[in-house]
Design a binder for this molecule. Structure first.
Ligand code: PMP
Length: 352
């Protein structure tokens, strides 16, 4: 019956998931394992988020509000007066934007190496995916990006970029917005860890969507909440394309609760900044400077897969970057964990 499955799922490898903590613990004999592969917040969600989610659980006999109006209100209080749409993770928002804009057979562009799901979701929709390589130092050449994405309905640009960690300067994003043909999806999953604010661009450009997530600094990865700043013209069409009730009521309530707890965010940010600096200074390989809650490390002459296996044997799970198209096989990505996790990682990588 395999012949019934679409070629985009039998041919390509799909999304890469991290090793499981339980497997590594069992295989190598650890009580606890450092989880540094998925760019999560190592700390639990804010008590305000847990309280709001618990209250929402009591009303889950009803379908959620399809517009997540309470969350959208909380987003307006947090960010100011913008238009928002919300979904099941930024992944869900990405899929819906593709469905809203792109006909099967049309072109979607992405600046690579980058987050794999743009290409996976676009290909699954039947789109042609054009990968636009970054420069050797992983910066983006705006003119090359505009040129290569000519004719694309939708183009993805991730800043700070996963897995390289660098940001695209505001003026380069503006150049792209001025010149490009289609809609730009600016993925700001990690922008809370950076010193750059792209939101004012929403006031000036009609061809811009900014994607955000509650999975990172807001520590809600397990609840799957993402949202986007959208231009006014797009919102009603996005709502038509969206899977009904995709964002569940518990997750939406938790997200609204978390947005009200800025102390928690500040604590995470200080911790990440301190450890990013230490990783840059103390890791005995080339560490790329990062604006995110992770760093990319060039582990040459080893391969990323080799080093990932050796770190797992030391009780540390990191991400080998071998599966990122357009990147060599000698990089790993390590996110900032709690102190004991980071210390275990530093000790383990120093042995290699
Ligand atoms: N964009 C980037 C760049 C990411 O790294 C991730 C998550 N790893 C996402 C989007 C998806 O975020 P979410 O958890 O909200 O689906």
């Amino acid at each position: 019956m395999r012949r019934l499955v679409r070629a985009c799922y039998t041919g390509a490898s799909g999304y890469s998931y991290a090793k499981k903590a339980g497997d590594v613990a069992r295989e190598h004999g650890f009580d606890r394992v450092a989880l540094l592969a998925s760019n999560e917040n190592p700390r639990p969600p804010s008590p305000a988020a847990i309280e709001a989610a618990t209250a929402a659980l009591r009303e889950t006999n009803r379908y959620p509000d399809e517009r997540a109006s309470a969350l959208v209100e909380a987003l307006r209080r947090y960010h100011g007066d913008y238009r928002f749409v919300a979904g099941a993770g930024m992944d869900g928002v990405i899929e819906t934007v593709i469905r809203t804009i792109v006909e099967p057979g049309e072109t979607v562009a992405a600046s690579t190496p980058t987050f794999s799901f743009y290409g996976i979701a676009a290909a699954a929709h039947g789109a042609q995916v054009v990968n636009v390589p970054r420069r050797d130092d992983f910066s983006v050449d705006p003119a090359a990006f505009v040129e290569a994405s000519r004719g694309a309905k939708l183009a993805f640009l991730c800043t700070p970029n996963n897995p390289t960690g660098n940001s695209v300067p505001l003026e380069d994003v503006e150049t792209i917005l001025e010149e490009m043909d289609g809609l730009l999806f600016l993925d700001n999953a990690y922008v809370d860890f950076a010193d750059i604010d792209y939101r004012p661009l929403m006031r000036r450009y009609e061809n811009l969507v900014i994607g955000r997530t509650m999975s990172k600094i807001f520590a809600l990865a397990g609840l799957r909440v993402g949202y986007a700043f959208v231009p006014t013209w797009l919102e009603p069409f996005y709502q038509r394309a969206a899977t009904p009730f995709a964002l569940n009521a518990v997750s939406a309530a938790a997200a609204a609760g978390a947005l009200a707890d800025t102390d928690q965010v500040r604590g995470t940010l200080d911790h990440v900044r301190e450890w990013r600096r230490r990783f840059l200074e103390e890791v005995p390989f080339r560490v790329y400077s990062s604006d995110a809650n992770f760093v990319m490390i060039d582990v040459e002459p080893h391969t990323g897969d080799e080093v990932t296996e050796r770190l797992a044997a030391e009780g540390v799970i990191v991400r080998s970057c071998t599966s990122f198209p357009g990147l060599g096989n000698h990089y790993i990505r390590v996110c900032i964990g709690e102190d004991w996790e980071n210390i275990r990682f530093l000790e383990a990588i120093t042995k290699i």
